[in-house]
Design a protein around this ligand. Structure first.
Ligand code: UD1
Ligand code: MG
Length: 359
């Protein structure tokens, strides 16, 4: 869909609030990194080219396969989100289109919202279109300041906000469409701000308003999609939201989930209808489960496994990198690794089956 649009994902930040030795955007939610979610988003709205801004130190030793069309730009000194976007100027300084800027710590955006944002931006020929959401607890986010005509005039960060501004519930979700030429002009005139003397990307909005450029916004009603993950607490919250989304998808497709609170199914799992999942079950990446299976309580199905139709897996069973043929029964306390359990086999309680086992 979007030829004249490039995406930039800011992902160089330090993970200070995460207390982690590597970039927070590489932390995973149900088997997929936060950055992976954002990359999938841009692909799903048809953007083919993008840049990820990273910092060598925070990414040291971390492997991340770059999808086709995505390149990296480096931010050596972490001087804020405005400074981060400025690092793409070498590549995009002469680009005549629009830039969709996203943060790598915002994994739960919906493609529907992103599409609306891009559409509105294009329709109004705006210099900037940004996503806002109204939160019950806006603490920590940049607040949207509007004038008496309801036009956006600036964004104020939590650290710089007055008591009055802190009471504003409409926040900046950190997703923007910018006219490339205008944003680079504004970035070059940013002044460092706040307790950490950072160059805020959000200050471009005030610069645009002062120059009477068109600033548009769209507002999402879905509070969950705007979550910015800064701490491990936020990560757990995002995980719960993602979990409910995944489980809802399965239940709507005919999979029985007896206790959604204690069931964890990774993003890319496939399960056929009339399979029932019992409580305290974990099903990890790249697992396929056929129809009419019973996956018992406290079972864990680990990556690269295939469970064919009408299989019964009992309590405390762990399966990894294995295929279980249709109608097989593995009822209690078993460990199955790198194996191929044939059709209809009944695996005795307490069995350990590995590549070396003769079965
Ligand atoms: C930011 C926004 C805030 C918004 C919130 C939404 C700014 C100044 N503030 O705050 O208005 O409500 O996101 O979630 O933009 N990063 C870099 N280089 C840097 C600093 C950050 O690449 O020097 C990256 C981080 O890796 C992260 C993203 O930019 O992915 C946002 O940075 P973060 O520190 O999380 O900003 P917030 O405080 O959440
Ligand atoms: Mg953040």
């Amino acid at each position: 869909m979007e030829n004249n649009m490039v995406a930039v994902i800011l992902a160089a930040g330090k993970s200070t609030r995460m207390h982690s030795s590597f970039s927070k955007v590489l932390h995973k939610i149900y088997g997929k990194s936060m950055l992976g979610y954002v990359l999938d988003d841009i692909r799903s709205i048809g953007i083919k080219k993008g840049l990820i801004v990273i910092n060598n130190q925070n990414w040291a030793g971390q492997k991340f396969p770059l999808p086709k069309g995505i390149r990296v730009a480096f931010q050596k000194k972490l001087l804020g989100t405005g400074h981060a976007l400025l690092q793409t100027q070498k590549t995009l300084g002469r680009f005549n289109g629009d830039i969709l800027v996203l943060y790598g710590d915002t994994p739960l955006l919906t493609t529907e919202t992103l599409r609306k944002l891009v559409e509105k931006h294009r329709l109004n020929n705006a210099a900037c279109t940004l996503l806002t959401v109204t939160l019950k607890e806006p603490k920590g986010y940049g607040r949207i300041i509007r004038d008496e005509k309801n036009d956006i005039v600036k964004i104020v960060e939590e650290a710089d906000a007055s008591l009055y501004e802190k009471m504003i519930p409409e926040i900046n979700a950190g997703v923007y469409c910018f006219d490339a030429k205008e944003v680079f002009k504004a970035l070059s005139s940013l002044k460092p701000k706040g307790p950490k003397k950072e160059y805020y990307l959000t200050d471009c909005v005030e610069i645009f308003a002062k120059h009477k450029l068109t600033i548009e916004s769209i507002h999402t009603e879905n509070q969950d999609e705007a979550i910015g993950v800064n701490s491990r607490l936020d990560l757990a919250r995002a995980q719960t939201i993602a979990k409910n989304k995944i489980l809802t998808k399965f239940m709507e497709a005919g999979v029985g989930i007896i206790d959604p609170t204690t069931t964890h199914i990774y993003n890319d799992v496939r399960i056929d209808q009339d399979t029932i999942i019992y409580p305290f079950t974990v099903i990890e990446s790249n697992v396929t489960i056929g129809k009419k299976c019973r996956i018992g309580p406290f079972s864990r199905i680990r990556p690269d496994s295939v469970i064919e139709d009408s299989v019964e897996i009992g309590n405390f069973v762990e399966i990894v990198r294995s295929r279980v043929g249709s109608g097989a029964v593995i009822k209690h306390h078993c460990y199955i690794e790198d194996s191929n359990i044939k059709k209809g086999v009944n695996v005795a309680a307490g069995s350990v089956v590995t590549k070396e086992s003769k079965n």
